[in-house]
Design a protein around this ligand. Structure first.
Ligand SMILES: Nc1ncnc2c1ncn2[C@@H]1O[C@H](COP(=O)(O)OP(=O)(O)OP(=O)(O)O)[C@@H](O)[C@H]1O
Ligand SMILES: [Zn+2]
Ligand SMILES: [Zn+2]
Length: 798
């Protein structure tokens, strides 16, 4: 008999192994590894993934597969083995590793139906609920409050519960019609049709000269009733045709041609093209200052890959998946490009995925999860802005796109390009050691200078009586740009410094009642909101502690900056880009377009404007508060500050007009601010490496973070203690186990959180030890309410 081993869609430790199912003879030729199937599991039907197919001589009693959900495998052999690797590396469930590779639309949707069996009579109340129908949805019964009644009936045998599984994704179809008659016959028919059937006559006339051609029903102008009548008369034929939802519908792209590379670009691209030609895996770190033409190198490398008939994946951070960035790929490669980003609807993402899967496109540009694009002949993988922490997924499977890219490149024998103006310390250290090959673009294209940077000490401003959020230096420069008709970008760093409320008399800051964090103030609704659990409450007008009225909004929101700017410079035309103004579909793009067409003088925004912008008339960049991120409890705080300041500064003076940057700060002496002003990556790297060495942090040590949470603080802390006691003897003396300590955010959603951090260099047993810890708590978890999570190479230490 033929047997399929299947991973079922039930993400708990007990089911984290393949289960065997019989393949019914009818499906023997159909079912293959990598397909989704529906299988019985306990009383239910669930989705599962076929891992392999076995042939056994002896027949044994197995439950049969109910039916396949795919006609062709959705995961190829390579992706199936990538799932093995991912499971082992990130200590996740196999099912999570398989699901993360597919678009959300392909996740299973479960529904329950209740059906009348006819074996026993129904009670009157249930009869009236069914109201003559054979079947109703579970939800309907639940809403009617009839579940306990139903349960009794199921026991009696009069009702039955059916579980069904569906894919969420719907293919979009259009109704097409075709005239079945020959041209001659059609002519005669139109003549002989009764005159009172005017609509039908008109409809048939439409096909004169177009018989035998499939035409969307919409275009024929006839109603469905008329169509139906004509189909019934066998004059027309109909079919449903599958369609893609096109997120870029109605946009045209002016094709562009490759630029002539500068000598420096040429030197950088050659080693890449060599590996493309040799089909050898190698990881390149392309370190190029802002505006040095990295993107052109990506484009021309991809060209070579396509010429060889291979495919390319380009990852960019979600935040820079702006039309400006994706257009550059569309302009060069036209319809060969699929774009995957979170702004697409579930259906649109599914359609893009299908285009990739059917090899109708050759290039994918997308955020983190695009690294799983189901290509089978990959010739190049590019990760732009490789230092971005959003490449690490912060939920299971906790993978880093860079590691996945390097794994896939190893499989296909192709190069990986990691590009950045400010590489992560980890990657640069690897390049120093020769694990990655370093390629450097030390200057901007065509000797354009990097912008000149002024650091302004805001404490000094205050001492001299300037209480505004703009230093005199920055203000003068903005005014100057307004007069000259040049453009300014103002950047407000909000990460880690969202606006909160504080009482100026007693220092009281409202905190979330469920989580130990201060709440964020939302100005437009005068509400306080917790970003961890979603709790919301009205913002107080007097201090709940001391009843002072001086309880105020602290921190500066973009809206407040805009108001102040308008007070000072009423003539300025400002575009504000933040979560409030870019919430609707296409808003991001519209705002940037307006700015590009010079309908505004100042672009004011948060993180989302730090990257990728390339406009010729931006000659001034102002950073309103450089140090807000420096004070986070995170060993990467300096690195993040340096990266962000360098990126934002890089938006100025990218074309012929020279650029200037003003950085406002309360800690001007800090090395990450000083060195960002000099745009001196190597010096920053040297200095930061010393700090990391002293602190025992990456890249000198690897990290693993264990977090334990429970509703009672004492449970969380004592279990965290037990874990530490159990782990320590298993590790080498070189490993350092810190904690347990209360997590920086010590409570989320009424669960107390404790953590311990393991620092290590080489611990071959660590993975197995941590897996044991997880297994142990998974078995007990349900009964004692403990939750334990493990994050290998964590980026969020809170
Ligand atoms: N060989 C070239 N000749 C002329 N112009 C070029 C060349 N290469 C790139 N450019 C132009 O230089 C500008 C900067 O290039 P690009 O955006 O590729 O830089 P980048 O290194 O990706 O920048 P960033 O990291 O700051 O986003 C662009 O306007 C681009 O069109
Ligand atoms: Zn107070
Ligand atoms: Zn909360």
């Amino acid at each position: 008999m033929k047997i399929a081993s299947v991973i079922v869609d039930v993400a708990v430790m007990q089911t984290d192994r393949p289960f065997d199912y019989e393949i019914p003879p009818a499906w023997e030729d159909v079912i293959q590894p990598g397909m989704r199937v529906i299988v019985p599991f306990g009383p239910r039907h669930v989705q599962g993934f076929v891992l392999e197919i076995k042939e056994e001589q002896e027949s044994r009693k197995l439950k049969p597969i109910v039916e396949p959900m795919d006609i062709v495998p959705v995961l190829n052999k390579e992706l199936l083995s990538l799932a093995d690797w991912l499971t082992a590396e990130s200590l996740c469930f196999k099912i999570s590793a398989l699901q993360v590779m597919l678009p959300a639309a392909m996740k299973a949707k479960y529904s329950k139906q209740i059906r009348v069996t006819g074996f026993a009579p129904l009670s009157l109340s249930v009869q009236s609920l069914f109201n003559g129908r054979d079947e109703i949805a579970w939800e309907e019964a639940a809403e009617a409050g009839a579940l306990s009644e139903i349960r009794k009936e199921v026991k009696k045998g009069s009702l039955d519960v059916l579980y069904s599984v569906k894919s969420k994704g719907r293919k979009k179809t259009v109704r097409m019609v075709k005239c079945r008659l020959s041209e001659k016959l059609l002519n005669e028919t139109v003549q002989s049709m009764p005159k009172n059937a005017l609509k039908q006559v008109e409809a048939m006339q439409f096909f004169l000269g177009r018989t035998g051609e499939w035409i969307p029903l919409k275009e024929t102008g006839m109603s469905s009733a008329v169509a139906k009548a004509l189909i019934d008369k066998e004059l027309l034929e109909e079919k449903q045709e599958e369609m893609y939802r096109d997120p870029l519908a109605g946009r045209t792209f002016t094709p562009d041609t490759p630029l002539v590379l500068t000598d420096m670009q040429q030197a950088a691209i050659e080693p890449i093209l060599e590996k493309v030609k040799e089909e050898k895996a190698e990881t390149f770190l392309l370190h190029g200052v802002t505006g040095s033409g990295k993107t052109e190198i990506y484009l021309q490398s991809i060209s070579e890959v396509l010429k060889k008939g291979q495919e390319a994946i380009v990852l960019v951070p979600e935040i820079s998946l702006t039309p400006q960035m994706t257009d550059r790929f569309k302009q060069r490669f036209g319809n060969d490009v699929a774009v995957l980003h979170s702004g697409l609807s579930t259906g649109e993402k599914y359609d893009e995925w299908r285009k990739i899967s059917r090899k109708e496109v050759k290039v994918v540009v997308g955020a983190r999860s695009a690294v799983f694009a189901p290509f089978e002949n990959i010739g190049l993988i590019i990760i732009d802005e490789e230092h971005e922490t959003s490449y690490k997924q912060e939920e299971n499977p906790r993978y880093h796109a860079r590691d996945v890219a390097i794994w896939r490149a190893g499989f296909y024998g192709c190069p990986v390009i990691l590009g950045s103006a400010t590489p992560s310390l980890e990657s640069f250290a690897r390049a120093q050691k020769g694990v990655y090959t370093l390629l450097t673009l030390a200057e901007r294209v065509n000797d354009r200078p990097l912008p000149a940077v002024d650091i302004v000490d805001m404490r000094e401003e205050l001492r001299e009586g300037n209480r505004s959020m703009f230093s005199r230096n920055l203000f003068d420069k903005i005014k100057d740009r307004l007069e000259k008709g040049e453009q300014t970008v103002l950047f407000l760093n909000k990460r880690g410094y969202s606006s909160f409320i504080m009482c100026r008399d007693c220092g009281y800051v409202p905190e979330c009642p469920n989580c130990d964090v201060s709440m964020t103030y939302h100005r437009h609704r005068h509400q306080l909101k917790c970003h961890y659990c979603g709790h919301e409450e009205p913002s107080p007008n007097v201090c709940p502690e001391c009843t002072s009225e001086h309880i105020r909004h602290f921190g500066t929101g973009t809206q407040k900056v805009e108001e102040e700017l308008l007070k000072l410079l009423p003539e300025a035309r400002i575009i504000r880009m933040d979560v409030d103004t870019t919430g609707t579909k296409g808003a991001h793009e519209r705002l940037l377009k307006k700015f590009a067409q010079k309908e505004a003088d100042i672009l004011l925004g948060t993180q989302m404007i730090a990257k990728g912008l390339d406009f010729p008339d931006i000659t001034l960049v102002g950073v309103l508060s450089a140090d807000t991120m420096l004070h986070l409890p995170d060993f990467r705080a300096s690195e993040k500050t340096f990266q962000l300041l360098t990126q934002v500064s890089g938006r100025a003076g990218r074309h012929t007009l020279p650029g200037e940057v003003v950085i406002q700060t309360y800690t001007p002496e800090h090395y990450s601010i000083q060195l960002a002003a000099d745009q001196h990556y190597e010096s920053f790297y040297e200095q930061e490496m010393q700090m990391r060495k002293m602190g025992g942090y990456p890249p000198f040590y690897y990290l693993a973070l264990i977090t334990v949470s429970h509703e009672e603080a004492i449970m969380a802390s004592s279990e965290a203690n037990k874990i530490v006691m159990n782990i320590k003897p298993e590790l080498s003396p070189a490993a350092v186990v810190l904690g347990p300590v209360a997590s920086p955010i010590s409570r989320i959603n009424n669960r107390y959180r404790w953590q311990c951090l393991i620092k290590y260099k080489r611990e071959p047993k660590l993975g197995a030890v941590l897996k044991q810890v997880l297994e142990h708590y998974a078995k007990q978890g349900k009964s004692n309410g403990l939750m334990v999570s493990v994050d290998i190479h964590p980026y969020v230490l809170m």
